[in-house]
Design a protein around this ligand. Structure first.
Ligand SMILES: Cc1cc2nc3c(=O)[nH]c(=O)nc-3n(C[C@H](O)[C@H](O)[C@H](O)COP(=O)(O)OP(=O)(O)OC[C@H]3O[C@@H](n4cnc5c(N)ncnc54)[C@H](O)[C@@H]3O)c2cc1C
Length: 299
């Protein structure tokens, strides 16, 4: 381990390397044990170096954005976590385009669009992820999705920096080319349109209000746990299965939105996993519908 750390130090600032570092506070679920090695790179060269060392030493690595769509095991993660969050947030506006590093939050990005009278990111204002996580997941809400705004993505695939133009990226429902390729997303360019500030703001306020009315935004969760099954809403199926408020350990089906599982205090990763299984079995038995997980398990 100390040999790996010494190698990492050759290409990554010491302040950006932590050992046996707890991950719970890096997730919106507030769940997860420690990472053997936790890196928070601040430039591309540091990310490239981390990947090179991981490959050379044959150790696992995990990429983490704002941790708003992941469940990390209580045992933590062996190998290294590359956290592309608050240390990796350069952003610039160029006409109707915004170029941002992957750690920029979707909230900041959409507010920057508003500030510059640019429309196209209103849907993203309440999604608590980063640009990198949002592109990877093709995050979306209220009829919008990141894939529609993206013009270009720069990432590392199998050790090489690669630039994808819009036409060469496949975005599906909560899926993207980058999941299939195991890409580490470095940067994205979103292409927006000019509009009136008041119109953009009105739409954002409306989406924010709708979210606050319907979702347990004040509680620890990872958003909608399941993808929307064709022809149904996961939350409604779960509610109609009688599971509203159902508890397993510290995990509870939200009483405000049954598509969310909330951490009501010291939920373990196992509590959440058991709850997910229980929901899937119950909904399948009652309605014959298989709920597919949107939440990603790390570790
Ligand atoms: C209250 C709440 C509301 C939510 N509402 C919505 C919603 O309306 N719509 C929606 O789509 N989602 C929603 N989500 C889920 C989540 O916010 C999105 O999926 C978001 O895009 C995840 O971004 P992140 O940075 O948190 O990614 P993380 O959770 O950190 O990671 C998610 C996945 O992306 C990968 N990843 C992250 N960054 C990168 C990168 N730079 N390069 C390569 N891979 C990367 C991770 O390895 C992981 O597999 C919500 C979550 C919460 C808690």
């Amino acid at each position: 381990m100390s040999d790996i750390i010494n190698q990492l130090k050759k290409g990554i600032a010491e302040d950006n390397i932590k050992i046996n570092h707890s991950l719970a506070s890096y997730t919106t679920f507030k769940i997860g044990g420690p990472a053997d090695i936790f890196l928070s790179p601040s430039k591309i060269e540091e990310i490239e170096w981390a990947l090179e060392v991981a490959k050379k030493e044959d150790i696992n690595y995990y990429v983490l954005g704002n941790g708003s769509n992941v469940l990390i095991d209580d045992q933590g993660l062996r190998g290294m976590v590359i956290y592309l969050g608050e240390n990796y947030t350069d952003v610039k506006v160029n006409g109707t385009n915004i170029t941002a590093q992957s750690g920029v939050s979707l909230k900041e990005l959409s507010l920057l669009a508003l500030e510059n009278n640019l429309t196209g990111l209103e849907f993203a204002v309440g999604i608590p992820g980063t640009l990198g996580g949002g592109v990877y997941m093709n995050a979306g809400a209220y009829g919008g999705q990141l894939g529609d705004a993206i013009e270009e993505v720069v990432c590392i695939v199998q050790g090489n920096i690669k630039t994808y133009q819009k036409d060469s990226i496949e975005f599906g429902y909560r899926s993207s080319t980058f999941q299939k390729e195991g890409a580490v997303i470095l940067e994205g360019v979103v292409s927006l349109d000019k509009d009136k500030h008041t119109e953009i703001k009105k739409l954002m306020d409306d989406f924010t209000q709708r979210r606050e009315d319907k979702q347990p935004v004040e509680m620890a969760s990872a958003g909608s746990v399941f993808k929307r099954p064709e022809g149904y809403y996961a939350g409604k199926l779960i509610q109609d299965s009688g599971l509203k408020g159902h508890k397993i350990g510290g995990a509870q089906v939200s009483t405000k939105h049954c598509g969310f599982i909330v951490n009501i205090g010291n939920a373990s990763s196992n509590d959440v996993k058991k709850m997910i299984q229980y929901i899937q079995q119950t909904v399948k038995a009652k309605f014959g519908v298989s709920l597919e997980r949107e939440l990603r398990y790390l570790g």
